[in-house]
Structure formats: C-alpha cells, structure tokens
Design a protein around this ligand. Structure first.
Ligand SMILES: [Ca+2]
Length: 382
C-alpha cells in the first residue's frame, strides 16, 4: 500500500519517501505542525503528522505465500473474558477521536501476554524466508504505476531499504519539526533497529520493532493467530476496570513504582530513564495488568487490524456494537489520501506532558507500510 499524501499534492514532491521532506509537507499542508503523537501537546489542537512519518512507497507485502505453521498454541497467551464496556475516553483527557464513548461488546479471546519478541519473529523468518517491508528496496518501475502521472522519480538515495530511527537532539528544541528526532536510516530494519551498526543479539526477549502492519499480518498468519481489533485491544487493556484512564487504574503515571516504559525528563532531548530504560525494554520489565498482559501501556506501539477513521466513534455511537472490526475504509483528515491502520498503547517515547498515549483509550494511526523503532505488535486468537 503506498501513500502519496499531501506531500505530492502540495508539490513537495515524491521525496516524501524521505521523512524529512515528508514532514516539510506536513507543515506546509496543514499550517499546524505536529510530531509523531508521542510529542504532540494534548488538546484539540492536536493533529497528527504521523502520516508524514512516511509513506515508504513500498509495495505492500503479500501474505499469500505464508502458510500457517500448523502448531499454533495458546502458549504465552492469556484468556481475555468477553464482556461489555464503554469504548473511548471517559474523562476530558482524550483527543477528539476518542469521543464519544459508545457501547461495545467483545466476545472472549486469547491474547499474547507480551509484545511479539525478536526470538518469536526470528523463528517466523527462519521458517518462511519472509522479507520485511523495511528490508525491501522499492522498485521505481512498479511504484510509478501507483503514483499520479508525471510524478518525478525520487533520488536513488531515497529509493533504498530503510526505516525510521529515533535520533534525539542534543538540546531542547521546539516540538514543531519531527525530523529533528526521527531519521530515515538506510539499513534499519527489525534485525538492526537503529541501523546497520545496531543488532538484536542478546535482545531475543525484546519486542520486535521496525515491522510494518503487513509484516505483522504475515507473522500472525504463520502463527495461526491474528491481530486484535481495536475494540479487543482496548477491552483487554481496560482489564475489567470501568472507565479508568490507565491499564493499572487511575494513579498518575509518575507516582509510585514505574508502571510502564515511557519517557521521563524533557522530550525529546533528555530521557532521565527513571523507569530503567531509555529505549525499548525487554518484555515483562513492568508489572502485568489484571488480565496478565505486559507492556500493554508503553514500550512499543501495537498494530491493530482496524482501519483508522477519525470520526469512527461518532459513526459507531448510534447503537451497541458487537465485535466491531472497525470502519470499512480509512480516513485521516490530516492526510486524507494515505490509508492508515490503528496503533495502540504508546511507546517508550510517550511523555506524560504530551500525548500520554499509554492511556487505554488513546488512538493513533500509521500507514501500513511504515516501520518505526517504537512500533511492534501482539496477536490474539479465539
Ligand atoms: Ca506496548
């Protein structure tokens, strides 16, 4: 799936493949500047140029050749009971797309207790030979068929296998230019989350990152599982609590024992890492929620199966939804031409004074071909 977005429409150019240029498109098209959600101030002025953390212009991966491994089990999964709840923000801390709250029923299911780890993803790749989105070099001859006629070819340096790496600035900066802390790094992928010099050696129990939605879907198919719906994800994160803002309840995130791997200090230049981690943490580094789910808040964002629509809750509010699977198509007013899938839970970059996306109702969206250093997934099955 490619996304051309406003970057093309506004004449910024196909260089959208490079994040920096993509984000220039964001600023020019909207007049509102925003970063990845992790760094967006709360309130109704929030918009997301998540979109503008990039369309890769990479062809979508096909899962056609992926065959279920035939040994799917419930090992490492926890039982999530079925039930009814109010989906969406119960307080005034949500962003506009978290309202209105609306009644949802979800049948019971099993969910991975942790984010999918490097060891698990390695087993999948060894069994299938799967090549992730970030590892594939975009083929211009194929790509241009999907772009508006006359779209100029981007520089060869941009048509390369790459992914997005968090690169903090050395000093405080204005939070209006995400290119100051996200870098398009050639050779960054799940085996090298921060680029070729980095490695996952010794990090087998860390969550796999730099995986696109397509990659997550391929893994899930092989594992005999699937991605959670957004409703399943939120129901599981709420863990039987009613209208609480966090998976652990109501206590402020900075109080008491560290509750999740998030950002402490001053974003994005100084992470005091008082939770013990400046970047991704091994799974199970923090207490599980009441359903036995680890890192459902923070550490890495988690792909859901749903398309993202900013107004989906308004549509859904008319009646009780039973096992909703999301809208039929994506719509992100910040970048209408780019399809987006839902991601949930926030990451190690989430900061209490900004988007606080470790809240159970917080929603975010990312184009399905995008890999990021702070995005992974977990699976469910019946
Ligand atoms: Ca997580």
């Amino acid at each position: 799936m490619i996304g051309t977005g406003k970057n093309i429409n506004s004449g910024i150019g196909i260089g959208a493949i490079a994040m920096v240029i993509a984000m220039a498109g964001c600023k020019q098209s909207g007049g509102k500047v925003a970063a990845r959600t992790d760094s967006i101030p709360k309130g109704d002025t929030i918009m997301s140029c998540t979109s503008n953390l990039p369309s890769r212009f990479a062809a979508a991966a096909s899962t056609d050749s992926i065959v279920a491994n035939g040994k799917s089990s419930y090992a490492g999964m926890v039982k999530i009971p079925g039930g009814d709840f109010q989906m969406g923000a119960a307080d005034k801390e949500g962003r506009p797309d978290e309202y209105p709250q609306h009644p949802v029923h979800v049948d019971g299911f099993y969910m991975d207790a942790t984010e999918v780890t490097n060891a698990q993803f390695m087993e999948f790749v060894k069994a299938t030979g799967y090549v992730t989105t970030a590892e594939r070099t975009p083929d211009w001859e194929e790509l241009k068929k999907q772009l508006p006629p006359g779209t100029p070819k981007p520089a060869d340096s941009l048509l390369t296998a790459a992914s997005l790496v968090f690169t903090p600035p050395a000093k405080p900066i204005a939070l209006n230019d995400v290119s100051q802390w996200w870098q398009w790094v050639k050779g960054a992928n799940w085996k090298h989350p921060q680029g070729p010099a980095s490695s996952i050696k010794g990090k087998e129990n860390y969550p796999v990152v730099q995986v696109s939605w397509d990659d997550a879907m391929a893994y899930a198919k092989w594992a005999g599982k699937r991605l959670p719906t957004e409703a399943e994800w939120e129901w599981a994160a709420r863990a039987g609590l009613t209208n609480q803002p966090f998976t652990w309840g109501s206590e402020a995130v900075e109080k008491g024992q560290p509750k999740a791997n998030i950002w402490q200090g001053h974003f994005p230049d100084r992470n005091t890492a008082t939770d013990g981690f400046a970047r991704v943490a091994p799974v199970k580094s923090f207490a599980a929620n009441a359903y036995g789910l680890y890192d459902i808040a923070g550490n890495v964002w988690e792909w859901c199966s749903d398309w993202y629509r900013s107004d989906y809750y308004t549509q859904a509010a008319a009646k009780r939804s039973v096992n909703p699977a999301g809208p039929a198509a994506s719509y992100d007013p910040d970048e209408p031409t780019v399809p987006k899938r839902v991601v949930r839970g926030g990451s190690f970059l989430c900061h209490a004074s900004y988007c606080a996306s470790y809240r159970v109702s917080a929603r975010m969206k990312t184009s399905p071909d995008t890999g990021l250093e702070h995005t992974g997934f977990r699976c469910v099955k019946k």
